[in-house]
Design a protein around this ligand. Structure first.
Ligand SMILES: O=C(O)CNC(=O)[C@H](CS)NC(=O)CCC(=O)C(=O)O
Length: 316
C-alpha cells in the first residue's frame, strides 16, 4: 500500500497537503496550513471477495485517518466487482445489510466521514425485478447514513474495437433524482458516480445548488480512462470551479475486467493535486482550501456569466 505524495503547488494557498511532508513543513521547507481540512482519495482493486475488499478498504481508511483525513473517499465497487451478471446480483445487499453496517461502525470507531461510491444496493422492487441501484452513500463521523445518491447514467457501451463491452442496465436501475450537496467537515459535497462524470449538466446542477466539491467514485475502463479520465475531471473542476475528488478502482478484478486507476484530486483551478497512479493500491491526501475556491469564483465569476434563461435555449 502506498501513500502517494503528489504535491503540486499552483500557489501556496492551494497546496496539496501531504502528511509525509509535514515534517518538512515543520522545518519551514514547505508552507502548509495545519488548519485546513484533509480529504483522502483512495484507490483499490476490488474482487468478488467481499471480506477481502472490506479488509483492504479498512486499511485504507485507517491509513487516511492516521494521516489526518476527516473524510475518506472509496471508489465505485468498493464492496465488490462481480465476475458476471449473476454474481453481481447475488452478492448485492440492502442499505441495512452487513456491508454498510460494517462501514457505519468503522466510521464511528474512527470518527471519520466516508464517501462509499458505487454500492450494489438491492432496489425497492428486488423481489420482483432482481435489479440493483448503483448507490453513492455518505456516512458521517457518528456512523449515520446522511445521503444515498443513485447513479443516474448507466454505462451501456459497446466499444468493440477497444475491447470494452459493458451493459450496466442489465442488472441496474437508474436513480431518478439528483441530491442536494451534503455539508461535511471538508465542505459541501455534490454526489455523482463514475459515468455521470461525462454529463456536465449534472455537475452544473450540483454547483448551482451549492456544491464546493464534486465526487465521482469510479471504476473506469482502461481504454476510456487513457483517453478521457483526467480531461473530464479537470474540465468539470474548471467549469464549476469546484474541487473534484475521484476515488478509483485499479488493476485486474477478475479474468475479464481491469480498471484504469489514477484516483485523482483536482482543485478548482483545474490543477491535479493528487494522483494515485496507474498500478498501486493506496491513498492520496489533499487539503481542501475553500477560501482559495472563493477567490477563484470572485476573480472569474463564470457562474454569474451563465445565460441559462435567454441564450442557451435560444435555439430551442
Ligand atoms: O459493474 C460494477 O459492478 C460496478 N459498476 C461499474 O463498474 C460501472 C458500470 S459497468 N462502470 C462504469 O460506469 C465505467 C464508466 C467508464 O469507464 C467510462 O465512462 O468511460
Amino acid at each position: 500500500m502506498r501513500l502517494f505524495t503528489a504535491l503540486r503547488e499552483r500557489r501556496p494557498s492551494l497546496a496539496a497537503g501531504l502528511l509525509a511532508l509535514r515534517s518538512k513543513a515543520a522545518r519551514g521547507q514547505i508552507r502548509m496550513s495545519s488548519s485546513l481540512p484533509v480529504a483522502a482519495v483512495c484507490q483499490m482493486t476490488a474482487t468478488p471477495d467481499k471480506d477481502a475488499n472490506f479488509s483492504a478498504c479498512t486499511r485504507l481508511v485507517e491509513q487516511a485517518k492516521e494521516g489526518g483525513a476527516s473524510m475518506v473517499f472509496l471508489p465505485e465497487g468498493f464492496d465488490y466487482i462481480g465476475s458476471n451478471r449473476e454474481e453481481t446480483l447475488v452478492l448485492s445487499e440492502t442499505l441495512d445489510g452487513d456491508i454498510i453496517t460494517r462501514y457505519t461502525h468503522l466510521a464511528r470507531k474512527l470518527d471519520v466521514w466516508l464517501s462509499l461510491g458505487g454500492f450494489h444496493e438491492r432496489g425497492h422492487d428486488w423481489k420482483t425485478d432482481r435489479r440493483i441501484y448503483n448507490s453513492h452513500i455518505i456516512i458521517n463521523g457518528q456512523g449515520e447514513i446522511v445521503s444515498v445518491y443513485r447513479k443516474g447514467h448507466l454505462f451501456d457501451v459497446e466499444l468493440t474495437s477497444k475491447g470494452v463491452s459493458l451493459r450496466e442496465s442489465a442488472f441496474t436501475v437508474p436513480g431518478t433524482r439528483l441530491l442536494p450537496p451534503v455539508q461535511t467537515p471538508i465542505g459541501k459535497v455534490g454526489l455523482g458516480v463514475c459515468y455521470d462524470l461525462r454529463f456536465p449538466e449534472l455537475s452544473s446542477a450540483l454547483q448551482r445548488h451549492g456544491a464546493e466539491i464534486l465526487t465521482y467514485p469510479s471504476a473506469f475502463t482502461v481504454a476510456t480512462g487513457v483517453a478521457h479520465w483526467e480531461v473530464l475531471l479537470r474540465a468539470r473542476a474548471i467549469e464549476t470551479q469546484c474541487f473534484v475528488l475521484a476515488a478509483a478502482q485499479v488493476g485486474a478484478h477478475h479474468a475479464k475486467r481491469t480498471s484504469y486507476g489514477h484516483a485523482l484530486a483536482v482543485d478548482p483551478w483545474g490543477v491535479v493535486i493528487g494522483d494515485c497512479g496507474g498500478s498501486d493500491v493506496g491513498v492520496t491526501l489533499i487539503q481542501i482550501d475553500l477560501q482559495a475556491l472563493q477567490d477563484i469564483r470572485r476573480d472569474m465569476p463564470v457562474q454569474q456569466h451563465r445565460r441559462e434563461k435567454d441564450f442557451y435555449c435560444s435555439l430551442d
